[in-house]
Every structure is written in structure tokens, then in C-alpha cells.
Design a protein around this ligand. Sequence first.
Ligand code: SF4
Length: 312
Amino acid sequence: MPLPPSEPLLAVEGLRVSFAGAEAVRGVSFDVHPGEVLALVGESGAGKSLTGRALLGLAPRGAAVSGRVLLRGAPVTSADLGRRLAWIPQDATASLSPVHRVDAQLAFAARTSTGRRRGAALAVARRALAEVGLAGAVASAYPHALSGGMRQRAVIAMALVNGPDLVVADEPTTALDAERRDQVLALLRERCAAAGAALLLVSHDLESVRRHADRVAVMYAGRIVELGAAEVVWGRPAAPYTRGLLASLPTAGLPHRSRLPSFEGVPRLSAVGCAFAPRCPRADALCRGEDPEPRAYGDRLVACHHPREAAA
Ligand code: SF4
């Protein structure tokens, strides 16, 4: 796994998102480096999808967003979306228009965002489709004539058609079975690498992340609790929440455990102290009185008063 070079492609600094005063993302900071795959993981409601949307300027109506998002050192603007930044939303295949041919839809994206002429945009669209294995009559078909897997490929081609610096993919494979999920993510990663684009993968699918991410940021209750190289965080988790999350993965020969073992209770967001304290077996008075800030712990960042590295 490559170590990130010093100059970040994307820098997210102190991102906060709140609704009517209630914070759903609470001061999230991380970098994405050129060409890498960074995964944002956590349970439903951890704030990972909202983080992905907010950094693209796509937070839902009514959200108050603060913090800085820099792309190659300059603030992200709405003009970056669709060109330098691409977004693959949840259930992206449903966003393909049923009344337009697939290549025409990609050509439209290639024209409106860059000002290409019609013929040039169509050529770019067909090349992007061919690169994901959709060529000839298949590229010119209507979405309903394609299989689910083909539509997934078309969505990937759509994201990459304008040569973005970064693709943000929000649970891109939720509706697929495990085998197809892995194929689609492998293709997405391969095409991003070939195009020189970094990938921010928002996912609760820990198995896929383990296979496809270079680095992992684990989120809980709107904060990043552990961030580091995937083999470090997955192999030797230091935050109690990460350990619980990994313990929920199926083990060979054992039945799949779908919830965090031994962790009861709910996040504590309004009170002082660590939000994980009601569920954490290591919680003490310090945890209940003071919210831990992310700190360097060996080769990673951990937001925990009592980090302890252990084999997963
Ligand atoms: S700060 Fe305390 S309660 Fe929070 S995760 Fe660490 S040990 Fe657990």
C-alpha cells in the first residue's frame, strides 16, 4: 500500500454539519492524497454519508455547514462538482434517465461541465464507456436494456467522464450481493487508478473496505475516532469502537455477527464527555467528563483517552 505523499489533494478541516442546532458531523478533519483510496466507515448514522455530501457542497436542505474544504489548496466551489470532483450517490443506477441512451447521458455530462462540442463530448462519452467494458450497441442502449451490472459500470464511467481529481462514492454497492459488490469496487478502484483520480469510499461494508482501501477513517457519532493505513487499523485497532466494529465481521467457520458485540446503549451527543462512553467497556470518569480530541498514537490518529493497540 502506498504511503500518502506530503501534499494532499483534498484537505477537510473542522467540518461541522448541524440541523436546527443539533450537530451530526462534529469537527471532522482528514486529507485525501493523489491516487489513494480512503474509506470512511462506521455504523448507520455515524455521519459518514453526510460528511461526503457536505464536502461536495451537497448537504441536505436545512443543514448548517462550517469548516474548510480545500482542493489542491483552494476552497472547493460549485464549479468543481462534475469536473474536478465527481459523486456517485447511493442507488446511482436509479439516477440514470430511462428516456435517454446511456452514451447520450454521458455526453451531456461531458458537454455541460466542460463546454465540449456535441461530437467531441459523444466521443469522450463512448471512450469512457468502452473503458468499463460497455462498447458498441451496449453503449448506445437505453438503461432498461442493460443488466444491473452494466448500469453500475455506466455509473462509474459517468463519474470518470470528465477526468476528475477525486471521486466520492457513497455506498456505491449497497444493493449488490457480495460477489458483485467486490467486482464493482475492484472496477471502480482500477478505473480511478487508471484515470489518476483518488477515491473517497463511504461505506459500512467492512469486508469491501478491507480489500480495497489504502487508508481508513472510522467514524462514530459524527467524529473520526481512528484514522490510519488500512492494514494498521484493521490489523491492530486501537480505539474501542474500531475493535467492536471489526468484531462484528463474520469469522471463518463462525456465524455472522451483525451487531457490535458487548456494546449496549446509544451515543451520547448532548452531554459532555466521549460519545462512545455509554457503550465502551473502558469508559471511566475521564471519558465521561472530557470529549477526547484526535491525537497521534503510533502510526495513526485516535480520538480516545485510553487507546490500546490489539490484534483484531
Ligand atoms: S475515550 Fe473512553 S469511552 Fe471513549 S472510546 Fe476511549 S476509552 Fe472508550
